[in-house]
Design a protein around this ligand. Structure first.
Ligand SMILES: C[S@@+](CC[C@H](N)C(=O)[O-])C[C@H]1O[C@@H](n2cnc3c(N)ncnc32)[C@H](O)[C@@H]1O
Length: 274
């Protein structure tokens, strides 16, 4: 690499006023990453590594549209190249995925029924026997007769994992402490084959409406919906075999669906008080 020189403040001011020239910024991001990966040989030791990181955060904030606040948090979590991969991945839309409701049908039968309706799909991967990825469709997947009959639920593949880790067993007593709209509770119910009992709780009454509607649509009979602040549970009811806590999150996992998370600082502050 030719010697890369960090821009001074005068040049930066000019750049911002004139254009916010994205190709220039993109090139500088690449250059700074290269310098940071081999700072000993390529870096300006007088200005130090932190000057490069500071500039990188500023450039990435402009290029990818994040607040500098969130970028700093992410840089504390990831290495520079991991952070770059994360930002790039968030620019690519995630495929729609669905989970077969095994209380109503088998994945093979569901796949065939949807293919017959013009849905282009395939199994998500070897790690799940219930998930399907939808590539495209001539019909709205949230309104097919199979959907309305509860043969599947639209659910991100990553949200199957906490339930798989919970590994609920038939006839157990399980608490899902923050459960609305019920993607995970209803998967737990399916794995328990509608036996035992699930307490599907959420502190937000309005959100429990969606939960109740999913429970009805998917034919679940082993679930009691309740509306407490999860922290009250030890005094409400106990003796659970397993407890799932899917607490409110920062939303950074759904940036590709909801780019407003990139600049939503308040949400982070609220999480700090949980
Ligand atoms: C990530 S969402 C849950 C998603 C759900 N587990 C699913 O798979 O569909 C977090 C939920 O926590 C609920 N929540 C927030 N604070 C809570 C509290 N103190 N007690 C119980 N639920 C709470 C929110 O209303 C929200 O529905």
């Amino acid at each position: 690499m030719d010697q890369f020189v960090l821009p001074d403040n005068q040049l930066l001011g000019k750049e911002q006023v004139e254009t916010e020239d994205l190709p220039v910024i993109s090139q500088r991001i690449q250059d700074i990453i290269e310098v940071l990966n081999n700072f000993k040989e390529l870096g300006d030791h007088e200005r130090g590594r932190s000057a490069y990181v500071e500039q990188l955060i500023k450039d990435m904030a402009v290029y990818y549209g994040y607040s500098e606040y969130l970028l700093e948090k992410l840089f504390n979590l990831f290495s520079v190249s991991e952070a770059l991969e994360f930002f790039e991945a968030n620019e690519v839309p995630r495929p729609v995925t669905i989970r077969t409701n095994t209380l109503r049908t088998r994945r093979r039968d569901l796949a065939q029924a949807l293919i017959n309706r013009g849905v282009n799909l395939e199994p998500i991967g070897k790690w799940t026997k219930v998930g399907l990825t939808i590539f495209d469709s001539t019909v709205p997947v949230g309104a097919t007769p199979e959907y309305l009959a509860g043969h599947y639920i639209l659910q991100s593949a990553s949200s199957f994992l906490p339930v798989m880790a919970l590994a609920p067993q038939e006839n157990e007593k399980i608490l899902d402490m923050a459960s609305a709209p019920g993607g995970k509770s209803t998967y737990i119910a399916a794995l328990m084959k509608n036996t035992g009992i699930i307490f599907a709780n959420d502190s937000n009454k309005e959100r429990t409406k969606g939960l109740v509607s999913n429970i009805h649509r998917l034919g679940i009979k082993n679930t009691v919906v309740c509306n407490y602040d999860g922290r009250e549970f030890p005094t409400v009811l106990g003796g659970f075999d397993r407890v799932l806590l899917d607490a409110p999150c920062s939303g950074t996992g759904v940036i590709s669906k909801d780019p407003s998370v990139k600049i939503n600082k308040n949400f982070f502050y609220r999480l700090l008080t949980l």
